[in-house]
Each structure stands twice: as C-alpha cells, then as structure tokens.
Design a protein around this ligand. Structure first.
Ligand code: ZN
Length: 81
C-alpha cells in the first residue's frame, strides 16, 4: 500500500473519544447554554443559522471554525462517528 493510500484510509477512520472543537466547546458550556445548544442542534429553540451560532460561540470565548459549527450541526464531524 502506498503512503498516500495508507494516509487516506487512516484519515477516513473515526477518532474515538475526542470530540471536534464545537463538541469541546459544548462540553465546557454551562448547563443552561448546553441545553440551548442541544435544542438548536435539533432545530428547536434558538432560531440561529450557523453564522449566528458561530458568532455567539465566539462571543462566549469559544475559538471554533465556522465550518466546524456547520459540520457539527449536520452530524458530519467526528463527534457523531
Ligand atoms: Zn462535533
């Protein structure tokens, strides 16, 4: 197997036990904020789009990438694998 094929197969594997940066941010939130965040993920509660949620997370001091917010919301990040 080439190094490239090897890297590609490893990159595809889920990393267990380590959430993405948004998952980490959620884990460090206070209880009420985490509850609001979970509701937002389900499409309930706060009516925020990804950009608005990203801005809110920045304002709370969570350094996360905007794309990661979208990936986390869609269940496309390593938290849900
Ligand atoms: Zn995540």
């Amino acid at each position: 197997m080439s190094a490239l094929a090897d890297a590609a197969s490893t990159a595809d594997k889920p990393v267990h036990g380590k959430p993405c940066s948004v998952g980490e941010a959620r884990a460090s939130m206070d209880k009420a904020s985490a509850k609001d965040f979970d509701a937002w993920l389900r499409g309930e509660g706060l009516r925020l789009d990804d950009t608005q949620m990203w801005k809110a997370l920045q304002a709370m001091g969570h350094r996360v990438a905007k794309q990661t917010v979208g990936r986390h919301r869609r269940g496309d990040c390593r938290c849900s694998q």
